[in-house]
Design a protein around this ligand. Structure first.
Ligand code: TRP
Length: 329
């Protein structure tokens, strides 16, 4: 990461919670990898955010290493970009406190992610409430210009911009105000067992989800058992034929084809499933190969190097902030 990049700086964060599945990969993460071509990418595994709901000791450490492997395997280049773990760069929590000092309780209460989670979780931590101030700190510490995240994060990015502007009006022109960038729409991959729902790690049946770590035999088995329908016609029609359309959509992404046109090549579900499964295995093969080459020790070392690169940017920004606030040096 250059301190004055020629390319705009992009920052994104992902919580370490469970193995990446095909829906994450084809939906968002492939875009992260692509974004490295045009931006100076900073990718943060936000382990402290994951602790805002109760976790067992060790759970996050394990999940963090797995998430790093997933990200490197899908093409995040830890040399060209910066890939690091939030808790390893102490400036995040330091700036988060200062963000809490300019955030209003009323604004935090209006965050829809907080409202949703505080209704469904039995234990609502204070961290769940202040979560967006840590997210703002993540972004602002890197003089970030663009934040490529899904539409569900729009409110948090707007809040980050508000905090940056408020901070700047109080303390001078200190923080770069970032822009939200909705990434180029990735593929919407549906659950193989419940094709009316998005593929998700919380799905009730693991048979509906293809994991990045599934063996070829597992992928083939899950595809073979994918739910279709009874009319026997191969046609791309996500409303009336969600299962068959999902197969066509996945085949299209994996082969760079068009789902409507691909439907003409098939008269039966069996061969469509077989070809989709073969294409997905092919698509995931290089990803799985890279993932298998990464052992824990190598991954931890890459993350430590990433944290050093991150500190080299976050440290000076934090100094700028401290001196603007006029804290004792
Ligand atoms: N809140 C984000 C999510 O749930 C994760 C996140 C934390 C993040 N810090 C960030 C995303 C900074 C973008 C930038 O997906």
């Amino acid at each position: 990461m250059d301190s004055e990049p020629a390319r705009p700086r992009a920052f994104s964060g992902i919580q370490p919670t469970g193995t990446v599945h095909l829906g994450n990969y084809l939906g968002a993460l492939r875009n992260w990898a692509k974004l490295q071509e045009t931006t100076d990418g900073v990718y943060c595994i936000v382990d402290l955010h994951a602790l805002s709901v109760p976790r067992e000791p060790g759970e996050i450490r394990r999940a963090t290493i797995e998430a790093a492997k997933d990200l490197i395997a899908i093409g995040i280049d830890p040399v060209r970009s910066t890939l690091f773990v939030q808790s390893q760069v102490r400036e995040h929590t330091e700036l988060a406190w200062l963000m809490q000092c300019v955030a209003a309780v009323g604004e935090l209460r209006r965050m829809t992610q907080y409202k949703d989670k505080s209704e469904t979780n039995d234990f609502v931590s204070a961290a769940l409430f202040t979560y967006p101030t840590l997210q703002a700190a993540d972004i602002l510490l890197y003089d970030t210009q663009i934040v490529p995240v899904g539409d569900d994060q729009r409110q948090h990015i707007e809040f980050t911009r508000d905090l940056a502007n408020r901070f700047n009006s109080r303390y001078g022109d200190v923080l770069v105000v970032p822009e939200h960038q909705i990434p180029q729409a990735g593929a919407r991959v549906m659950d193989l067992q419940h094709p009316e729902n998005k593929m998700s790690k919380s799905a009730d049946s693991p048979q509906g989800t293809v994991l990045l770590t599934d063996s070829e035999a597992e992928i083939a088995r899950k595809l073979k058992r994918a739910v279709t329908d009874n009319d026997g016609e191969v046609r791309y029609d996500p409303v009336d034929k969600p299962g068959v359309s999902n197969l066509l959509a996945m085949l299209a992404v994996a082969t760079d084809g068009d789902p409507v046109a691909l439907a003409d090549d098939y008269t039966q579900y069996g061969p469509l499933k077989a070809d989709t499964s073969a294409a997905l295995i092919e698509l995931l093969r290089p990803v799985q190969k890279r993932r298998a080459e990464l052992d824990d020790a190598a991954t931890i070392a890459l993350l430590e190097h990433g944290a050093e690169k991150a500190r080299a940017v976050a440290g000076p920004v934090m100094e700028r902030v401290r001196s603007a606030v006029e804290l004792l040096a």
